[in-house]
Ligand binder design. Structure first.
Ligand code: HEM
Length: 159
């Protein structure tokens, strides 16, 4: 393995699996924020979720995508040659779009809890949506990790 490929792969595994861990943490906070009866805990959860989103999840997502593309191009895998790489690319782009779209509701709930105390019935739809999105993102990341390790055979017509 060339040293550039090793470097790219180290960055890729670190950022991708780190992203998965951060989303799992986010999901725990989203569930706590939805079901807890303790107003201080609810407030703390949404404020922490906003911080984790901007300072951990978004940078790791960008890093995973960039290092994934670099790893594909500097290795013999190629970006469009193997189905497992192409599917990972599409799933990661989908997860990135989901993330960008959902920074808005997260920011909204965080700004509300920063100013007022919310009860369990307030902003219910958006709080449920945040849990569902985090669950979907976690599933996509687990599928990507599985694809990365198993590397199922199959080449696309684009090789
Ligand atoms: C969240 C998304 C992702 C996760 C969790 C993930 C996870 C991983 C892991 C754990 C490996 C190491 C497997 C091994 O060396 O046996 C890997 C390798 C790889 N990933 Fe990803 N990945 C993600 C996104 C991407 C994207 C977007 C691409 C490309 C478009 C990509 C392309 C590759 C390639 C080509 C390798 C092999 C590199 C090499 O052998 O040098 N990955 N990925």
């Amino acid at each position: 393995m060339t040293s550039i490929r090793k470097l790219a792969l180290t960055g890729h595994v670190t950022s991708s699996v780190g992203w998965l861990g951060a989303v799992a943490t986010f999901l725990a906070l989203a569930v706590a924020g939805l079901i807890s009866k303790d107003v201080q805990r609810v407030r703390a959860a949404y404020l922490a979720m906003e911080l984790i989103t901007w300072f951990i999840i978004v940078p790791l997502c960008v890093a995973s995508l960039l290092t994934g593309v670099v790893s594909s191009l500097v290795s013999t895998w190629g970006l469009f040659r193997h189905y497992w790489v192409l599917i990972k690319l599409l799933l990661t782009v989908f997860a990135t779009i989901l993330l960008v779209v959902h920074t808005k509701p997260i920011g909204y709930v965080a700004s509300v809890v920063a100013k007022t105390t919310i009860s369990s019935g307030d902003l219910r739809a958006v709080r449920i949506q945040i849990v569902a999105d985090a669950g979907a993102a976690l599933l996509v990341l687990v599928v990507n990790t599985t694809l990365a390790v198993y590397k199922p055979r199959g080449v696309t017509p684009f090789h």
